[in-house]
Design a protein around this ligand. Structure first.
Ligand SMILES: [Zn+2]
Length: 427
């Protein structure tokens, strides 16, 4: 057990700390207590053997790669036979990324005190202690992660001028900004749409090593607060090792379909199987969503796909029909014009402008009549849940939820404004 003065010292520290901090302190104390303890055990053992043999077991020589020197050169310098050096290098190549090795990488050469042959090579790289040692069967390499304390690195970008400059000042890298832009691309253009006072929050796991070095992992969660709206993204690594980002419901981001095909003023008619006809009052099914918007407002493809029809059709007026993967289809009617050159067979991307809002065909005012179908059957786009491989399901969804709860709590804890906004931004 700990000696008495140390015990009361520890008790005093813990008494003044909240539980989380106390646990961290305990973890640190354990590391600091055990590392020297383990080392002293090791040296005690060595000392005993050394006394028996009346000689030291090994000499440890600290060296650095010289200017323009390769590891092979260094091994030659220590008298390793070419065959043995080749064996060692091959084994190292499979466990160390040499492209990331600094030019002046430090090594510990462990040599036999009597015949001065190299018995082992040790070095610290990429948060690992690498030890290669030679035996009867040649060289073998072990890699051991260095002691560290894990935590969460949080970057909060408060937009003061434009997003890219605010993000750079807050410490996001260009790659992170590009990734955020991609993840949220179905909902907004981060670089163009964020305005003064909007916020982006990014959480990444971090590991702090005893030497003070900090290693960051790719972002685990991100939140965009835009006006009163909130968008979340959570990283999830599937069993095949690919890391992708999903919304709170486990739908892959960016979404395969946009939330709406047009920037609308209001929804003037919803999907309704018995709606009184605006002109005659007769009950007629309206298997579509009507988005009211000004004449000339751009209409965009709800998802990427192939143009199936461009032209006029009786009551629909000027319209575009798209076919998407998975048997989905979308159509856009009452347009005032279609995008120049757009014709059947063209590929269109999610968000690409395909025409403008108008009042062609049978329409009482300018609006977009939007239909969405699966295998030819019309669906209520406002309540449809897109299934398929793009959404997590089964055991993967359970795993995702487990991780997501943790990160959502972290996002929640750090963004007070979130309390007033709806739980899921995608509905
Ligand atoms: Zn309509």
């Amino acid at each position: 057990m700990l000696p008495k003065p140390l015990r009361s010292f520890v008790a005093e520290i813990f008494a003044g700390l909240p539980v989380g901090a106390a646990l961290c302190a305990a973890a640190l104390l354990l590391i600091f207590a055990f590392v020297p303890m383990a080392q002293s055990l090791k040296s005690d053992r060595k000392f005993a053997i050394a006394q028996n043999d009346r000689r030291q077991l090994e000499d440890r020589i600290a060296v650095r790669l010289g200017r323009n020197e390769t590891l092979q050169g260094l091994l030659n310098r220590f008298g390793l036979r070419p065959g043995s050096a080749q064996d060692l290098l091959q084994k190292l190549y499979s466990s160390v990324d040499f492209r990331r090795m600094p030019r002046d990488q430090a090594f510990s050469m462990i040599v036999d005190p009597v015949d001065r042959t190299v018995r082992a090579v040790e070095f610290v790289m990429q948060e690992y202690l690498v030890r290669a040692s030679v035996g009867l069967a040649g060289w073998s390499v072990e890699r051991q992660e260095l002691a560290n304390v894990s935590g969460v690195h949080q970057v909060r970008v408060r937009v003061t001028d434009n997003f890219s400059q605010s993000a750079a000042r807050a410490g996001l890298t260009l790659a992170q900004v590009a990734e955020l832009q991609r993840i949220f691309s179905a909902e907004l253009d981060l670089l163009a749409d964020l305005a003064l006072g909007d916020e982006v929050l990014v959480l990444s796991p971090q590991r702090q090593y005893l030497d003070g070095k900090v290693a960051f992992e790719p972002m685990a969660a991100a939140r965009v607060l835009r006006g009163g709206r909130m968008l979340d993204a959570f990283a999830f690594k599937s069993s095949d090792g690919t890391r992708q980002y999903y919304d709170a419901d486990g739908h892959l981001l960016p979404r395969s379909f946009l939330a709406a095909p047009v920037k609308f003023d209001r929804i003037s008619s919803t999907f309704d199987l018995a709606r009184p006809d605006p002109a005659s009052g007769v009950l007629r099914p309206h298997e579509a969503v009507d988005y009211q918007a000004a004449h000339g407002t751009p209409v965009v493809a709800i998802g990427s796909g192939v143009v199936e029809f461009v032209g006029s059709r009786a009551g629909y007026g000027l319209m575009v029909e798209l076919k998407h993967a998975g048997g989905y289809g979308s159509s856009y009617a009452h347009l005032s014009r279609t995008a120049p050159g757009l014709e059947a067979g063209n590929r269109v991307n999610l968000g690409e402008v395909i025409g403008d809002v108008g009042q062609s065909g049978y329409a009482t005012g300018p609006h977009l009549h939007f239909e969405f179908a699966l295998d030819g059957e019309k669906l209520d786009f406002l309540s449809v849940k897109i299934p398929g491989p793009e959404s997590l399901s089964g055991y993967q969804l359970i795993q995702f939820r487990r991780e997501q709860v943790k990160w959502a709590a972290a996002l929640h804890g750090s963004a007070v404004r979130v309390v007033q906004t709806p739980a899921s931004p995608w509905q």
